[in-house]
Design a protein around this ligand. Structure first.
Ligand SMILES: Nc1ncnc2c1ncn2[C@@H]1O[C@H](COP(=O)(O)OP(=O)(O)OP(=O)(O)O)[C@@H](O)[C@H]1O
Ligand SMILES: [Mg+2]
Length: 493
């Protein structure tokens, strides 16, 4: 890709960016939230046409007017949000858009699929329905789909953001097999340790421009971080050491079923106090999602009780939770965190619109809202075309910042933060960690549900490990023993 420029109204997302990719390599694209990584790859995948610049594939200038053109040139892109058909099987999903004609030769397709699975070590049952697959398996299926389409170039946009550590290991093994077999991979991630582990070469973008390119062997994590944000990142967090106060959230003996009717939390009890951060650590899929849904008021407990600030609240009422002073940061920002079609301003005021000074006697005060939102956009450094822009035009990390600004700007008593820094660049992550600590100093009780053990250990006063919906154990921050936590996370008592 040579001198690629792409403008969206007022934003120059890519400004004369050049990018090359070679066979047998994993090249990482790094950059802050909104630096233009996804846009550049969307251009390569034919989603967007660039305003100027040219794309050459194996030396030939090409015009990629649609993903179909890109696929025809051997390019596949796996987005963060998968594009599988839930009600179809693995085999059917792989065949979509490839097997043309009137008759589908499923037998032939199955043979081919199994060959690919064998060659690349991707074992998936061709007859399994897509909706029964775990996130890691869904991602494998996306890779299989790409290989079925004979992809030579595989673009993966933040593939590890949704994976458990063990799934990440498997993905990296697959990516290695791919590049050893002559394919090329573009890997986008904010996790610098992963970038150092899997890539051969690293390209850094900042504000839509090329800033640096490094061979893996010639750089270190610290250098990459400062190249990205243009300053040193020093995550040494400071928080005044004040004792925790009264209990603000009490969960007693909860039993919760998930949407498939399986018990997801059992005998779950927990106390959270003022000025305290309690972390829930565990491999994803062990009840964390159901715990957050319960606390957000969108799932009811079968047994047990939830006591907020001394009062028992009924399950299943989001507004009761908000009224009791709870701020909620959901893990799935697209489906539950924002309304994609609403503007940045509407999304930021979603929770507070019905209180003074934003509304009085049922009338919205647009001026108050606008000035409050403008302040939050500035505080949280949300990169947007303006507060009236629809949130769907924001980059992934900036969407997350909109949610954080909405939830952390007030004076919540309790904060339930699920994967709060997923998809954020290192600079933004530092900012969010500080914002959480400021809330703690102010007196909030914070429950941090995160797959990122480093984040949990960095912020929390107490860590609770869950496994298959039960509490395996609890440690205080001065007695942290990583090995013990690791064992608990894998179910070893
Ligand atoms: N469809 C669109 N309409 C308007 N602006 C857009 C659109 N897509 C992207 N942008 C803007 O272009 C810029 C680059 O966005 P992009 O999604 O490429 O960033 P990114 O590097 O992938 O960031 P992140 O790490 O947060 O995912 C951002 O300022 C974003 O708001
Ligand atoms: Mg992106």
């Amino acid at each position: 890709m040579v001198d690629i420029t792409k403008r969206f109204v007022d934003v120059v997302a890519n400004d004369k960016v050049s990018f090359s990719l070679f066979p047998n390599e994993v090249c990482a694209l790094l950059g802050e939230n909104g630096a233009g990584k996804t846009t550049l790859m969307n251009i390569l995948f034919g989603y967007y046409l660039c305003d100027s610049g040219e794309i050459r594939i194996y030396g030939r200038i090409v015009r990629l007017g649609s993903p179909k053109d890109a696929i025809a040139h051997g390019i596949s892109m796996i987005h963060q949000h998968f594009t599988l058909v839930p009600s179809q099987s693995v085999l059917e999903n792989a065949m979509i858009g490839v097997e043309g004609g009137f008759f589908l030769d499923k037998k032939k397709a199955r043979k081919r699929l199994l060959e690919i699975e064998k060659q690349f070590g991707l074992d998936l049952d061709p007859d399994a329905m897509a909706f029964t697959l775990t996130i890691g398996q869904q991602q494998k299926l996306e890779i299989l789909k790409a290989l079925y389409r004979e992809a030579k170039i595989l673009i993966m946009d933040e593939p590890t953001a949704v994976l458990a550590p063990i799934e990440t290991r498997e993905l990296f093994a697959t990516l290695r097999t791919l590049v050893d077999n002559g394919r090329s991979v573009v890997f986008i991630s904010h996790k610098l340790n992963e970038v150092m582990e899997i890539s051969d070469r690293i390209l850094v973008l900042r504000e839509g421009k090329n800033v640096a390119e490094r061979k893996k062997s010639e750089t270190r994590v610290q250098e990459l971080a400062s190249l990205m944000v243009g300053r040193e990142i020093l995550e040494s967090l400071q928080c005044s050491d004040s004792a925790a106060g009264n209990t603000v959230l009490q969960l007693k003996n909860l039993r919760v079923r998930n949407s498939k009717g399986v018990v997801a939390l059992d005998g779950f009890s927990l106390d959270l106090r003022e000025r305290e951060i309690v972390g829930i650590a565990g491999v994803s899929g062990n009840g964390q999602t159901e715990l957050s849904e319960l606390l957000f008021g969108i799932r009811r407990p079968e047994e047990g009780s939830i006591v907020l600030d001394g009062k028992e609240v009924p399950g299943g009422s989001p507004s009761a939770m908000i009224r009791a002073g709870m701020a909620r940061i959901p893990e799935d920002r697209i489906s539950t965190g924002v309304c994609m079609d609403l503007s940045v301003m509407d999304n930021m005021i979603l929770v507070d619109h019905c209180r003074e000074p934003f509304s009085k006697l049922g009338l919205i005060n647009g001026r108050e809202i606008r000035s409050w939102v403008l302040d939050r956009v500035r505080d949280f450094q949300v990169k947007t075309d303006g507060v009236d822009a629809p949130v769907k035009s924001l980059s992934g990390g900036n969407l997350q910042k909109v949610i954080l600004a909405r939830e952390l700007a007030g004076q919540p008593k309790i904060i339930i933060a699920c994967q709060p820094t997923r998809g954020l660049d290192v600079g933004a992550m530092e900012y969010v960690h500080q914002a959480i600590l400021r809330q703690k100093e102010r007196g909030a009780g914070i429950l941090l549900i995160s797959d990122d053990l480093d984040e949990v250990l960095l912020l929390c006063d107490r860590v609770i490990v869950i496994y298959e919906g039960r509490i395996m154990g609890e440690l205080c921050s001065d007695g942290i023993d990583r090995e013990r936590i690791g064992l608990w996370m894998s179910g070893v008592a």
